[in-house]
Design a protein around this ligand. Structure first.
Ligand code: NAD
Length: 495
């Protein structure tokens, strides 16, 4: 059985806690590895390595930091397929999705290659006579990232490049369900030539997370995961004086107006609902129809959903893979029953699809006539279950989004420019798509939702990421009157 270690101070470090967690191949259901779960002392060793590296790294020139970041970028780019294979082997998503997540992660490394531009600061000449004021942004010290299972490469890359390019040193605590891909990423990082201790990885669970939250040397924590844990991280971390950004769960709505292109909307709904088996925080989980678009749209979605090829993510013909664990698959399947019991119409029941292996597979489900009091509407299902809420008016549809506790993404499908523009203003969500179902911002904008999708006041990556990982210092300087200078500057002397 493969043993997955930590990476501390540039070296693999086997866990000494005696606690481990199984890692599975979700496509076969077989255990593929065992990951050591760090105790507080192991976390402290990783933080110490990062603290020891902090002074030297902070003093490293922007030119050198940039050079190393470019090397890292090129290594990740050269290994996209290897990284994707590791993601698929432990997460289950199809290889093309896994390669897509590496590509999105690369955008963040590329943004960090431009760190010299982001850290230029600002300067006010002659704020007062002989007085100049300028602002610089300086690193925080040791920072930590705690990441979810569903994007084991992309989400760590949301923060590692900016945090480190800004001069911080970093401890990553990836999800214990699929730790091999982030470990490989950290190995590539060292291969690029970054000094030991600048990036460390500790594998673990709540014990490791609490170790990071309690450690006084950790100045900031960037978290992505479910809402209850995001809230816990935010409350615990801020109570200890740390800077926290904690992104939580989601329930994203896609409104379809009667004038929408039905084929475009149906294609978008199917790929956004069932891609990565619905295990995406930007997945569409509720289609909101307005008026008589409902029947033709649901027919079009149904036809496409039934045609989906579900299978092992390594098979190029697969469009959707398994869920991450058996327990999660069973939990998701439970919602189909709950929907039926509550009176919703099960148009496609994913439980009826049979798979001839022990993988954690579940067919795609489509549930119509859903109302807001049902658990299929109220909970984040995080699986391949698309619900449909039928409304009569735009106001009703927009109110659904406003009343949802999460506000990660929202989308509208329409050919009407005026309606689209109005939705831009009305949508209660941090990321909005117009005829785009999954509006994940590019690396030079920033990512984050509203409501219970984000605790804290800074979104992730891009310019906001640089702001999160630096603190401003304002310098006010008074210079002598040039007429008193010992060098002759040509000014009349004030004798
Ligand atoms: P999770 O909250 O279970 O785990 C996230 C991280 O927290 C992991 O590293 C895990 O080890 C740790 N953790 C788990 N339980 C903990 C506890 N009790 N105390 C301290 N730490 C704990 O999330 P997940 O199942 O890995 O990921 C799926 C969730 O992440 C979904 O809710 C999804 O919407 C969300 N997500 C959100 C975004 C976003 O940008 N808002 C992006 C990706 C995923």
């Amino acid at each position: 059985m493969d043993q997955i270690t930590h990476l501390i101070n540039g070296r693999a470090a086997a866990s000494t806690s005696g606690r481990t967690s199984p890692v599975y191949n979700p496509a076969t259901g077989a255990q593929s590895a065992e990951v050591g779960l760090a105790d507080t002392a192991e976390v402290a060793a990783a933080v110490q390595a990062a603290a020891d590296a902090a002074e030297g790294w902070r003093a490293t020139s922007l030119a050198q930091r940039t050079k190393l970041m470019y090397k890292f970028r090129n290594l990740v780019d050269a290994h996209i397929d290897d990284i994707a294979a590791k993601v698929t082997a432990e997460h289950g998503k199809v290889l093309s999705d896994a390669a897509g997540e590496v590509a999105r992660g690369l955008e963040n490394i590329e943004f960090a290659c431009g760190i010299a531009e982001s850290l230029k600061g600002s300067y006010s000449e002659s704020a007062s006579t002989g007085v100049d004021v300028h602002t610089v942004r300086q690193p925080l010290g040791v920072v930590a990232g705690i990441t979810p299972f569903n994007f084991p490469v992309m989400v760590p890359l949301w923060t590692i490049p900016n945090a480190i390019a800004c001069g911080n040193t970093y401890v990553l605590k990836p999800s214990e369900r699929d730790p091999s891909a982030p470990m490989f990423l950290a190995e590539l990082f060292h291969e690029a030539g970054f000094p030991d201790g600048v990036l460390n990885v500790v594998n673990g669970d709540k014990v490791a997370v609490d170790g990071l939250l309690e450690h006084p040397e950790v100045k900031a924590v960037s978290f992505v995961g479910s809402t209850p844990i995001a809230r816990y991280i935010y409350e615990t971390g801020t109570a200890r004086g740390k800077r926290i950004q904690a992104l939580g769960g989601a329930k994203n709505h896609m409104i379809v107006l009667p004038d929408a292109d039905i084929d475009l909307a149906a294609d978008a709904a199917v790929s956004a609902a069932y891609g990565s088996a619905g295990e995406r925080c930007m997945a569409i989980s509720v289609v909101v129809t307005i008026g008589d678009v409902a029947d033709p749209l649901i027919d079009a979605i149904q036809t496409r959903t039934k045609a989906l090829t579900i299978g092992d993510g390594t098979d190029p013909s697969s469009e959707m893979g398994p869920l991450v664990t058996r327990e999660h698959r069973d939990r998701v399947a439970g919602y189909i029953d709950a929907g039926a019991q509550a009176g919703a119409k099960i148009v496609i029941d994913g439980r009826e699809q049979e798979f001839d292996n022990d993988g954690f597979f579940l067919g795609a489900s489509l549930i119509d006539e859903v109302t807001t009091d049902m658990s299929v509407y109220q909970d984040e299902i995080f699986g391949p279950v698309l619900t449909v809420v039928r409304t009569d008016t735009y106001e009703e549809a927009v109110a659904l989004i406003a009343n949802c506790p999460w506000g990660n993404g929202a989308a509208i499908f329409t050919r009407d420019g005026g309606a689209a523009r109005q939705f831009q203003a009305d949508a209660d969500a941090g990321m909005v798509g117009i005829n785009v179902p999954i509006p994940v911002p590019v690396g030079y904008h920033s990512f984050g939702g509203w409501g219970e999708s984000l605790f804290g006041d800074t979104t992730m990556y891009g310019p906001e990421g640089v702001r999160f990982f630096t603190r401003p210092k304002v310098l006010t300087t008074r210079w002598p009157d040039p007429s008193t200078s010992t060098v002759d500057l040509g000014f009349p002397k004030n004798e």
